[in-house]
Design a protein around this ligand. Structure first.
Ligand SMILES: *[C@@H]1O[C@H](CO)[C@@H](O)[C@H](O)[C@H]1NC(C)=O
Ligand SMILES: *[C@@H]1O[C@H](CO)[C@@H](O)[C@H](O)[C@H]1NC(C)=O
Ligand SMILES: *[C@@H]1O[C@H](CO)[C@@H](O)[C@H](O)[C@H]1NC(C)=O
Ligand SMILES: *[C@@H]1O[C@H](CO)[C@@H](O)[C@H](O)[C@H]1NC(C)=O
Ligand SMILES: *[C@@H]1O[C@H](CO)[C@@H](O)[C@H](O)[C@H]1NC(C)=O
Length: 284
């Protein structure tokens, strides 16, 4: 597979109420106009990873967060179904490069979506630096959430009162049906933060929407203030962020501001059955 395909995929930025309908060629052909992410010839030995272990899931999850930032919506939240194959190589003075293949599912429609191949590069830096991700998904199912998004949008924009909700899911893991789109939207927005905060030794999961409040807006784009709790699986820390999120079917999801919050003392994290915890056995 050539990186030209990955770049093609990256440029097909949907996530805007446009159905994902992609039929990219399956055989790689090189395209000299497209630079590979890394110069070749500098890679050291390539190491095969156990797909069930942390290093593989961390890289797959970073790629997944990237996909959610591109394609997520209140009706489209992608998750790693299973890591199929993973390798890592150290590239001198550049970083650690993972090549990960994983199966993806859409939580909102409970459908398997297809298989993605990704390259995740964690640069060597002293400060926190987000990984660089390229991703190519083959055989993506035709996920079309346009109707549901449009209906939700009409409902929210025609209502005189602003939406609000809290504890999604609650401490028993329960989510009211009418709150599901706001749980998914909060999770997709959190992917922007989780991607930015990820490094080679973190594994973030969405834990809870502590609360969500719709804000007044001057134009057609809806805005929400979210307080989200994220679970860092390696340190077992719960991290609290305040996000201002915009959404409309035509523009997709954007995170306008993200503020780290001091620890939320009274927050109780719901049981893990709601949060699609990444499956891992042990770290290597
Ligand atoms: C990776 O992220 C963790 C958690 O935020 C942080 O403690 C650590 O310093 C980061 N590592 C690097 C190299 O930035
Ligand atoms: C309008 O909002 C209120 C409060 O959030 C809610 O109870 C009501 O069901 C909404 N109406 C419609 C038509 O969605
Ligand atoms: C949302 O939850 C956070 C954390 O518990 C809290 O600090 C904040 O005041 C809450 N906001 C609203 C509008 O309920
Ligand atoms: C609405 O306004 C925001 C800035 O507040 C802007 O980013 C967005 O593109 C606007 N949306 C539309 C549909 O005009
Ligand atoms: C998680 O478990 C609780 C309690 O058993 C249940 O009420 C809830 O519906 C479950 N959530 C999911 C998403 O399965």
């Amino acid at each position: 597979m050539s990186w030209s395909l990955c770049l093609t995929f990256t440029l097909l930025s949907l996530g805007q109420g446009v159905p994902i309908v992609q039929d990219l060629p399956k055989t790689g052909h090189s395209n000299s106009d497209v630079e590979p992410i890394l110069p070749t010839g500098e890679a050291m030995s390539v190491k095969q990873l156990n797909p069930a272990h942390y290093p593989a899931s961390r890289a797959a999850n970073a790629a997944l967060h990237y996909l959610n930032t591109q394609h997520g919506s209140p009706y489209r939240w992608l998750q790693v179904e299973r890591v199929l194959d993973a390798t890592v190589e150290e590239v001198a003075e550049i970083g650690m490069k993972y090549n990960v293949q994983f199966a993806v599912k859409d939580v909102t429609s409970e459908q398997s979506v297809g298989v993605c191949s990704s390259e995740v590069l964690y640069p060597v830096r002293e400060r926190q630096t987000p990984p660089r991700v390229q991703c190519f998904c083959e055989n993506l199912l035709k996920l079309n959430s346009y109707k549901e998004e449009e209906a939700l949008y009409q409902q929210l924009s025609s209502n005189n009162s602003l939406l609000s909700g809290h504890d999604i899911p609650d401490s028993y893991g329960f989510i009211a049906t009418e709150m599901r789109p706001f749980w998914h939207l909060g999770a997709v927005a959190s992917s922007f933060v989780m991607l930015k905060e990820s490094n080679e030794s973190t594994l973030y999961n969405m834990a809870q929407v502590a609360n969500v409040t719709q804000l007044e807006t001057q134009n057609e784009t809806l805005k929400f203030q979210y307080h989200v709790l994220l679970h860092e699986m390696v340190s077992q820390e719960i991290i609290h962020w305040k996000l201002i999120v915009s959404w409309c079917p035509a523009e997709g999801v954007r995170v306008l501001t993200a503020e780290w919050q001091p620890k939320c003392e009274h927050c109780v994290v719901p049981p893990a059955n709601t949060t699609n915890t990444v499956q891992t056995s042990s770290s290597e």
